[in-house]
Each structure stands twice: as structure tokens, then as C-alpha cells.
Design a protein around this ligand. Structure first.
Ligand SMILES: [Zn+2]
Length: 680
């Protein structure tokens, strides 16, 4: 009976898609982050240990020369999923761009055709907030910064098993991030690839693909399966001085692996012609006999594969990363079967057929060809003006991106009068590498090294905003508050739109005891970005210390509304409410903090103060003791504890605590004064 019911559904679905009973294939799309084609066995790399990817390639069509649209994860994936170049889908960088809700994607197309759709991504840069989740029934981005292939594959495998009984075809996309730097493969790949951990990460990703295929096979749903594998971009691995990817559009960073197999495609075919990442989506829709996406740059490669038509004439790639992060010139490239042009302040032309390493720049020898290519780039992509306005990146997002190695969030720098004066990225690669080192050092809290590297950059590139920011942060972290305050002032001059500059300067000033100046900086930060919870939180605390309670409460309430999940904000608000005798409101805020973090010691200390104020000294004492056991140096807590002991009639114990505070070397002055007063 169930079986008959399922058959009925299948029949209805076939009718729904036009009455033509084509067997609709299931689609598995695997995207490999940062994976160079020439580091896979199927592409001839002898050291590779990629048996699963090699098998997939051998069972279908391998494209020997596939080019991505951008050497950046989000723009490249947006192109793979939409068939559009970045200048058409509008996503020009990670972090500050989101795919428009109106842009059709592979997922919206398969979903509209009755497929079940699911995506499992492995890095924050592909978080649902960036717009790729549309069309997916399930978009699994449950991760903080990134997750390893084993976790992603487990989640995807569980979905496949759970959905195995559903007769509808599926489209599942799995993104694996492991080969992205830093290269830290798990055992046994760590030892096996001790001298090339990048290859070890690829080997691990391959092993996990094997796991996934095994689970898929066990569901019995891999009979009519179409499997596409594509890289989002490559990795320069030191070529042209670039360690990773993003700054340049040389082949190491823009050549990608691309294979498609199953669903009646020829086995073991290799296609030498130039193809593009933007061709993947139209090809997959064509194979599945679904209507093409509207308004795309890519084209189906099916005719090329069958030998009945040609592939694309040329391939475009771009990176706006240099401009958006560094205010350096963007790079755009166009290549055809033989030549590759890079539109840079100092243009480049390579005979990539005979000079795969792009060593001999022929632009000066061949001005006519260079000019023709340049016109073609402008005709296709327009002038190299600033890409569309970018969204503001909140501080938490910026810090996540920085932790993933993306230097810092893109912020609109001060307008540069002469656009042509933007430095050429290839002339700045040494500076860029020092910046990367500085950022890495900062992420690993090696502040002296970060400051050193940042100073080196500033010696060579005096107005480098990111080096200025990194140096100021290192100064702040190492307690050089005066230098930090000066550094953030300079950063605010270089990047006038940055609320961060003012907020961090306020932190430095408040550590210097310059409370009114710090408040003025937070005024500036909030003027630039009223949704800056950190700025509201700090200004609220500063205002409270100045006795401006109403203004303080307004700021702290704003911070709590903007960052309701942050326990510390609720505790800060509760503290001011306690001081003003609003015990019921304080209790509510402490309750929120403890609901978020039941063991948060600041929240427990605030609760102890609340209990004392509510006339429950015994309960207050127990709570204070719990905090002091974990944090014996919390002198402000000890002061309140001593007062409670006194209230309980335990004079000797109270006196001992006050004496300890009065004599303590590190006791804050205000606490010491109060302790001495109590001893009189
Ligand atoms: Zn990537």
C-alpha cells in the first residue's frame, strides 16, 4: 500500500514537470574550498592521496582547465550556484556582501522542480546571512568559525539516511573547508603529509568524501546519481609571492578542479577546453532536463562534452579584495584559449599556453592585444569603479572574519581623490604578507610580534589603515593605553566611517581614567552606528561612574536590546539598577544573565548583592563565597562580602576581610578607601 502510494507521488511529480517521464537524477554537489586542481591525483599530482575524488573523476567528465570567477569563497560560491559573474550577482567579497533575494540559484531551480534540497557548509563565510540559503529546505551552517569535513559529512549523511524513504529526488550540496589555511590535517594525514600539510588536508577531505559516498550507497539512492565536484578557488602556495588566495588572480588561485559524473555522462572523458565555474549550474540543470536560469553568464557544457558544440570563448575572474580591504587597485582578468590579460595599474599579458607559470609579462611587447583585452574586460564588467555599497559588518562578524585570516572587516576607507593612484597589488605583496603575519600574531595573542610586524608595514606604507589598527590593538592589549589612544585616533582619520576606531579609543581612554573623553568617543561611535551594542555598553558604564544614572540606564538598556544574548550586558545593567534601588528590575536582568550563563561569576556576584539588598544576608553570604572561591582577587566582591558578614553579626570575620583589603597591594583605590573607612 505504501509502495503504491509512493509510486503515485512519483507519477504526479513527473506530470508536474511536463509530463515527460525523464528519470530525474539525484544531484550531489561537492565544493572543495581552496583545493588546487593540480594537487589531485586525477589531475596528475603524484603525491596526492585522493582515491575517492579520482574515482569520481574517472567515472565521469573531468575538465582540465576550469577557471573560477573570484579567488574568494563567497563570491566564487555565488558564481557556482547562480551561473553569474560577480559583477552580475553583486557579491564582490566575503563578509560585507549578500546575494540579492531575487537572484535565481541552482537551489531555487531544483526546489521549484520538486527536489528536496539541503546544504551543509563548513565555514562562517558561507553563513546563511550571506544569501546562499535560499531554495534549500535545509541549510546547515551550525558552526562558529569553521567545522571539519567529518562533522559536515556526518550531518549530511544523517540527512541522506533520514530522507532515504522520500521518493522525491534530492539535491544536496556539501562544502568542505579543510584545505583552507592554516593547514592542520588530523591523524593519520598529519604524519603522512608532515612536509606538505596542505596535501594532507586535501587527503582528509577526500577520505570524508569516501565516507559520504558510502553512506549514500547504503541508502540505495545512488542509482541515478549525478555527482559534481568543483573547487571554489585555488591556493597560491607562494607563487608570485602570495601564500594563500584573495589578493591575486594568477592561475594558482583561480584554476579549480571540476568534474561531473553519472546520469548518462560519458565515463573517463577529459575535456581540455577552457571552461568556467559559472558554467557548472547551467550544465547541471541541462543534464537534469530543467529550465535554464535567467540572466546568467555561464552556459551548459553538455554540447562540449558530447562533441556537438563549443565551450566558452573566454573566462573572466576578478578580485576586489585588494581595494575593499587595503584601498589598493582591484584586479580583473580575462583569458582565452591561449592568452591571459590582467587589468591592473601595470597591466599584464601572459601566453598561458606556453607560460603556465605566468612569468613573462608580454603587455609591453603586445600593446594591441593588451588593449583589445582591456576593452573586452570593460565591455563585459564595466569600469573598475567601486563595487556597490557594502553592508556594515558588525564587530562580532569582523572578529570572526579576522580569526579566519581575513585581516579585518572591509570598511569604506577615506575617499581617494585619484582612483588611478591606488597601488598595484603586485607591488604591495611584501607589505600584504607582513600584514597577514601581523593579523595572525594578533589572532594568536602574540601582541609584541603583531606590533613589530605592523610597525614594519607602516614604515613602508605610512597610511596603511589595517596596520594602524593592528598596532593600536597590540598597544591596547599590552597596556600602552596612551599609544593605543593615539593609534585609534589615527585610524579614525584614515577610516572616517569606522565606529570601531572610536569605540576602541574609548576603551584606551577609559583605562587612562579619561572618562569624559572616553564618553565623547562613544558618542562619536554611536553617531556613526547607533546599533553598536559595545559602544552603548561601555558608555553606559562610564556614565554610571559619573553618576549620570538615567543616561547610563538608557545606554545599558539599548545595549541589552541590541545584544540580548550577552550575559555581561544584563549584569552591567543590573548593577546600575541595584545602585539606584530598582531591585525588581535588577532581579529580572540577573535572571536573564543566569539563564544565558548559569555559572557566570559576575551574574552570581550581582545576585549576591541583590540578596543583600533584599535583606537576605545569609543567602548573599553563600553566593559571595561561591564567587570568591573561584576569584579570590575580586576585591569589589570581597568588600560587599565583608559588609554582609558585618550585617550577620560576624564582626571578627568582617574586620579580617576589611583589613585584607586595606592592606592589599593590588586593591583598587576606591575599594581600599572604603575598607579603611569601615575599619574606623
Ligand atoms: Zn574558499
Amino acid at each position: 500500500m505504501i509502495r503504491a502510494y509512493r509510486l503515485l507521488i512519483v507519477a504526479v511529480l513527473f506530470v508536474a514537470c511536463g509530463g515527460k517521464p525523464t528519470a530525474r537524477p539525484n544531484l550531489l554537489l561537492i565544493t572543495l574550498d581552496t583545493t588546487r586542481a593540480d594537487h589531485l591525483g586525477a589531475y596528475g599530482y603524484a603525491r596526492a592521496k585522493t582515491p575517492n575524488l579520482d574515482r569520481l573523476a574517472a567515472s565521469g567528465v573531468l575538465f582540465e582547465r576550469a577557471v573560477t570567477a573570484a579567488p574568494l569563497t563567497l563570491p566564487a560560491h555565488a558564481s557556482l550556484l547562480t551561473g553569474r559573474y560577480p559583477f552580475r550577482h553583486g557579491v564582490r567579497n566575503n563578509g560585507s556582501f549578500t546575494l540579492a533575494e531575487t537572484t535565481p540559484t541552482l537551489a531555487t531551480a531544483f526546489h521549484a522542480a520538486g527536489y528536496r534540497t539541503a546544504a551543509f557548509v563548513s565555514a562562517f563565510v558561507l553563513d546563511r546571512r550571506y544569501g546562499l540559503a535560499r531554495g534549500f529546505d535545509v541549510y546547515d551552517d551550525r558552526l562558529d568559525l569553521e567545522r571539519g569535513a567529518a562533522d559536515t559529512v556526518k550531518a549530511a549523511g544523517d540527512w541522506l539516511v533520514a530522507a532515504a524513504g522520500d521518493p522525491r529526488p534530492f539535491f544536496i550540496w556539501i562544502h568542505l573547508y579543510d584545505p583552507h589555511d592554516p593547514y592542520e590535517p588530523p591523524p593519520p594525514f598529519k604524519a603522512a603529509f608532515a612536509d606538505s600539510p596542505y596535501d594532507g588536508e586535501i587527503a582528509f577531505a577526500d577520505q570524508q568524501i569516501g565516507e559520504l559516498l558510502g553512506r549514500l550507497h547504503a541508502t540505495g539512492r545512488d542509482g541515478s546519481l549525478l555527482v559534481a565536484v568543483a573547487g571554489d578557488h585555488g591556493e597560491s602556495l607562494g607563487e608570485h609571492g602570495e601564500a594563500t588566495h584573495g589578493l591575486f588572480v594568477y592561475e594558482g588561485a583561480i584554476r579549480i578542479p571540476m568534474t561531473i559524473g553519472g546520469a548518462g555522462l560519458p565515463r573517463g572523458q577529459r575535456v581540455a577546453a577552457l571552461v568556467r565555474g559559472v558554467d557548472l549550474a547551467p550544465t547541471l540543470l541541462d543534464i537534469a532536463a530543467l529550465p535554464p536560469l535567467a540572466g546568467i553568464d555561464g552556459r551548459s557544457l553538455l554540447a562540449l562534452v558530447r562533441g556537438t558544440g563549443a565551450g566558452p570563448q573566454d573566462a573572466y575572474s576578478e578580485t576586489y579584495f585588494p581595494q575593499l580591504y587595503m584601498n589598493w587597485a582591484p584586479l580583473r582578468s580575462l583569458q582565452d584559449a591561449r592568452w591571459k590579460f590582467i587589468d591592473a595599474p601595470s597591466p599584464e599579458l601572459y601566453d598561458v599556453r606556453n607560460d603556465a607559470g605566468e612569468r613573462a609579462n608580454r603587455a609591453a611587447d603586445d600593446p594591441a592585444r593588451t588593449a583589445t583585452f582591456r576593452r573586452a574586460v570593460v565591455a563585459a564588467a564595466g569600469g573598475a569603479e567601486r563595487p556597490a555599497a557594502t553592508a556594515r559588518v558588525d564587530r562580532e562578524t569582523a572578529e570572526k572574519l579576522a580569526a579566519l585570516g581575513y585581516i579585518g572587516a572591509a570598511v569604506a576607507p577615506a575617499d581617494q581623490a585619484d582612483e588611478a593612484a591606488r597601488p598595484d597589488p603586485k607591488a604591495m605583496i611584501d607589505v600584504f604578507n607582513q600584514l597577514r603575519d601581523a593579523n595572525t600574531a594578533l589572532q594568536h595573542r602574540r601582541f609584541a610580534a603583531a606590533a613589530h610586524a605592523a610597525r614594519d608595514v607602516l614604515a613602508r606604507d605610512h597610511d596603511n589603515a589595517f596596520a594602524t589598527m593592528i598596532l593600536a590593538r597590540a598597544d591596547l592589549e599590552e597596556g600602552r593605553y596612551r599609544e593605543a589612544a593615539a593609534g585609534y585616533l589615527r585610524y579614525a582619520t584614515l577610516v572616517p566611517a569606522s565606529a570601531d576606531a572610536h569605540h576602541w579609543r574609548a576603551i584606551a581612554l577609559s583605562r587612562l581614567g579619561a572618562v569624559d573623553q572616553a564618553i565623547a568617543e562613544e558618542d562619536a561611535a554611536i553617531g556613526l552606528d547607533a546599533s553598536d551594542a559595545d559602544a552603548h555598553e561601555l558608555r553606559g558604564g562610564l556614565l554610571a561612574s559619573r553618576g549620570r544614572t538615567d543616561a547610563a540606564l538608557a545606554d545599558l538598556r539599548a545595549a541589552a536590546a541590541l545584544a540580548p544574548d550577552r550575559a555581561a550586558v544584563h549584569v552591567g545593567l543590573a548593577r546600575v539598577l541595584l545602585d539606584t534601588g530598582k531591585l525588581a528590575d535588577a532581579a529580572a536582568e540577573i535572571g536573564r544573565a543566569l539563564a544565558l550563563q548559569p555559572t557566570n561569576l559576575d551574574a552570581i556576584a550581582a545576585q549576591a548583592s541583590l540578596l543583600a539588598a533584599q535583606g537576605q544576608p545569609d543567602a548573599a553570604r553563600r553566593a559571595f563565597e561561591r564567587v570568591l572561591a573561584a576569584r579570590p582577587d575580586a576585591d569589589d566582591v570581597r568588600l560587599d562580602y565583608a559588609a554582609v558578614l558585618e550585617q550577620l553579626g560576624n564582626r571578627a570575620a568582617a574586620r579580617a576581610e576589611f583589613e585584607r583589603l586595606a592592606a592589599g597591594r593590588e586593591t583598587p583605590d576606591a575599594v581600599r578607601r572604603e575598607a579603611r573607612r569601615r575599619l574606623r
